[in-house]
Design a protein around this ligand. Structure first.
Ligand SMILES: Nc1nc2c(ncn2[C@@H]2O[C@H](COP(=O)(O)OP(=O)(O)O)[C@@H](O)[C@H]2O)c(=O)[nH]1
Ligand SMILES: [Mg+2]
Length: 243
């Protein structure tokens, strides 16, 4: 399969950004990276721009700066559109905070030859979480169980953000009508992918909690996820028929 790209949304990731870029590019996988930064107060975007200007990673590193912090969903949608305007065959989602170990990327790239969506999964055999508080574990596992049950889907890790889409999936999904801004975005993308009839595979990953910087998880994001799952289920028919 031809070219791929990793989209990494960033908000105040100045302590992590250089490390993650170095780790990924040192694997020499031939994939590009797009950073989508929401005008981080810590100027994460300036560090990225500096690396681009210094030509550190040839032409493989790209940057989109958004004016306001609008949540990871909006950042991804802008990033996806950027990728679809270019000739990438697959598009990977990954966090900047080193929770998603780049060592799993080769297995994503291998599996995407056969499947339409690969999900790095904490809740299949071989997967797991390191360093999370019991509360955070409960919210994540409970959230996945809740969404899976209401939506009637079989994906075990519904909220994970380390995944790989074939371009055709993103082309088939109505990106302008995505309703979720926070972590519900991951659930919504999975649901829309399945309703469009695409093939999904979960591959095990060990997720490690961030060491530097702060999580953007909030009560608002959590409640959005609870409500949006119900809304999405109610709109099942519209989602199938859209586009
Ligand atoms: N551009 C952008 N990135 C965001 C936003 N919220 C979170 N992120 C990024 O999305 C990724 C996941 O967020 P994080 O706070 O680590 O989530 P957690 O691991 O679930 O606590 C990180 O790379 C964040 O910097 C946002 O509003 N805008
Ligand atoms: Mg994180």
């Amino acid at each position: 399969m031809s070219r791929g790209i990793i989209v990494i949304p960033t908000y105040n990731e100045i302590e992590n950004i250089e490390v993650i870029l170095k780790k990924v590019f040192s694997l020499d996988l031939g994939v590009d990276i797009l950073i989508v930064d929401d005008n981080s107060p810590d100027k994460t975007y300036a560090k990225v721009q500096e690396l681009i200007d210094a030509n550190t990673y040839a032409n493989q590193l790209n940057l989109v700066i958004r004016q306001n912090k609008e949540g990871l969903g909006k950042a991804y949608i802008e990033g996806f559109k950027w990728c679809l305007a270019r000739d990438y065959a697959f598009i990977i989602e990954m966090d900047a905070d080193l929770s998603h170990d780049p060592k799993y990327l080769p297995s994503f790239i291998e599996n995407i030859k056969e499947y339409d969506l690969i999900i790095g999964s904490r809740y299949v055999k071989g997967g797991g979480v390191v360093n999370w508080s019991p509360l955070r574990k409960f919210i994540s596992f409970g959230g996945s169980t809740y969404a899976r049950t209401i939506l009637g889907i079989s994906i075990k890790d519904v909220t994970g953000g380390f995944k790989c889409f074939r371009r055709e999936v993103l082309e088939a999904i109505d990106l302008d009508n995505i309703i979720s801004a926070g972590y519900a975005f991951q659930i919504e993308m999975n649901y829309r992918t399945i309703l469009k009839g695409f093939k999904v595979k979960e591959v095990p990953i060990i997720f490690e909690d961030r060491v530097a910087g702060q999580s953007k998880m909030s009560k608002k994001i959590f409640i959005e996820a609870l409500l949006n799952v119900v809304t999405l289920r109610m709109h099942k028919k519209d989602i199938i028929e859209a586009k």
